[in-house]
Design a binder for this molecule. Structure first.
Ligand SMILES: [Zn+2]
Length: 526
């Protein structure tokens, strides 16, 4: 080929491209990361609610994953931006693979688990360690009919499920594409089982507390993202957007099984981490009422089976600390975004955990979000709540660049969080002795969780209820570890309604207990 003809070929290609796309910013056909520079709070709120925010933001900057049509929308809104990662697929596939597999807790791996790996490993852990690990199914299957599994880890895990020990709840994959967010909880399960009986701290913690672990809250979204053919080879079929799916797989057409891949990819899904009730429904608060948007919050709080499942665990078990895992900002974020009445405690404990991880301790991603897991858990039951944004290299960078390299500090961080969940300074205790002998205790509490003013349901609040059970020891003694009876944002004191039942007799009393307080009810006669 002569130089002239090469130049001519280039010019011809340019003419063809210009013929297809408008002059100026062309739209992307491939997943791309841009950093937008909002010049007002209103622009920032618009971006957080209407675009696919990655969680990875800096002051004055909101990072976005660009879906088809988004560049034009940014231009139309007059929002300035620059391209940070031109080709996200290439970026996430990039780098050299480690020569050997990593020595990790559980099976050695050099690639992210698939859904069947998670389910098989949880089943196997429970089967091999019957006194220590219990497999459970969440109440509701996913929209596409998948069973959502979790495991509970503690000494005597099955024989005394209602013994009153405090619970550390940890989950992953509210957002489908954030694969390390499930890896770390799964590795933690293996780590606890391997260290039990060998490591003094882990052994002691599993005697004093329980761990409830749900690595994949949103299995439909995860499968869609993880099994995307383009994910395995960025030169493969498809445009690669499937791998970056964020939401669940709610169909907007009412058809349960979504349309084939790559057809109208925005047309499905609710963002589960905008679907919790506390302050749900704020279109200027990082959630959207527009179904095709990536922060679509659903038609009502707790409209999705994924969030209903999490809610039901947290309202029925004595959860004292909640950690929900995401990627990526290398931050430890806390409930209330810095405005919680107990932000001093949340900030202090979060700081210790952030130091272990080498992350920043931040109140929030830097811009408002509403309807999120940790905000709701803290508002509803006063459990300490954290969101960890793992890593700094992307939603799911090559395995050995993220999980393979950094897994150990994540285990140490989770052990520290388990320690905090078991520490009576940070939760509440009700104890006593039922004179009649062994008894069943039930705590109930009904309350209203406020929604955002002006939310589309027209309601100001939703009704929620706590109901937890405990069985006393044979001699009637009990020690119930739980979150405080007051809800942190409510000004009036609130009580638990405690019913004690034994041998056909029962008694109901009201109990008030603060964080860090031990209420001793003494000997109770029925
Ligand atoms: Zn996320």
């Amino acid at each position: 080929m002569t130089i002239t003809s090469r130049v001519f070929a280039g010019a011809l290609a340019a003419v063809i491209v210009l013929g297809l796309a408008p002059i100026g910013h062309t739209d992307t056909a491939r997943p791309m990361i841009v950093v937008a520079h909002p010049d007002s709070d209103a622009q920032a709120a618009f971006l957080m609610s209407n675009f696919d925010e990655t969680h990875n933001h800096a002051p004055g900057e909101i990072e976005l994953l660009i879906w088809p049509g988004d560049l034009a929308r940014l231009d139309a809104a007059g929002i300035d931006y620059h391209v940070a990662i031109e080709d996200l697929l290439e970026h996430d596939a990039g780098g050299t693979k480690a020569d050997s597999v990593q020595v990790l807790p559980g099976p050695d791996r050099d690639d992210y688990r698939r859904l069947e790996d998670y389910n098989a490993e949880m089943k196997k852990l429970a089967k091999k360690n019957p006194g220590l690990v219990k497999l459970f199914k969440m109440k509701r299957p996913s929209l596409e009919g998948r069973t959502v599994y979790g495991i509970e880890i503690a000494t005597n895990v099955t024989s005394s499920a209602t013994d009153g020990r405090p619970i550390f709840y940890i989950d992953g994959i509210h957002h489908a594409r954030e694969w390390p967010a499930a890896e770390y909880p799964m590795l933690f399960a293996h780590y606890l089982v391997e260290k039990f009986g060998k490591d003094r701290k882990v052994t002691s913690l599993l005697k004093r507390a329980r761990v409830i672990l749900v690595p994949i809250v949103n299995p439909d979204g995860f499968v869609y993202s993880r099994e995307s053919p383009a994910q395995n080879s960025f030169l493969g079929a498809g445009n690669g957007f499937e791998g970056y799916w964020r939401k669940n797989r709610r169909s907007l057409t009412g058809v349960t099984v979504p349309a084939p891949r790559r057809v109208n990819p925005d047309a499905y899904g609710v963002d589960p981490n905008r679907n919790y009730s506390y302050l749900w429904g704020d279109s200027n608060g990082g959630s959207s009422g527009i179904p095709v948007n990536q922060t679509y919050r659903g038609t009502a709080p707790f409209s999705e089976p994924e969030t209903q499942n999490v809610r039901d665990i947290i309202l029925s078990r004595q959860v004292t600390l909640v950690v929900t895992n995401h990627t990526y900002q290398a931050t430890v974020l806390r409930a209330g975004g810095g405005r919680a009445p107990e932000d001093d405690i949340l900030e202090r404990l979060g700081g210790v955990v952030a130091d272990i991880l080498g992350y920043r301790n931040m109140p929030s991603v830097g811009y408002p979000t509403t309807g999120t897991t940790d905000d709701w858990a803290y508002a509803a039951i006063g459990s300490l709540g954290y969101t960890i944004e793992h890593g700094s290299q992307g939603f799911h960078p090559p395995y050995d660049h993220e999980v393979g390299q950094f897994w150990k500090q994540h285990m140490d961080a989770f052990v520290k969080l388990l320690e905090y969940s078991a520490d009576t300074r940070y939760h509440s205790v009700i104890k006593g002795k039922v004179a009649n002998g062994p008894a069943t205790l039930t705590i109930r509490k009904k309350f209203l969780t406020p929604l955002s003013p002006g939310n589309p349901t027209g309601e100001k609040a939703v009704r929620e209820r706590v109901k937890m059970n405990l069985k006393t020891m044979k001699d009637g003694t009990f020690e119930w570890h739980l979150s405080p009876s007051d809800r942190p944002y409510e000004k009036k004191p609130e009580n638990f309604i405690l019913t004690i039942s034994s041998g056909g007799k029962s008694k109901t009393i009201e109990v008030h207990v603060d964080r860090g307080e031990v209420v001793n009810l003494g000997t109770i006669k029925l």
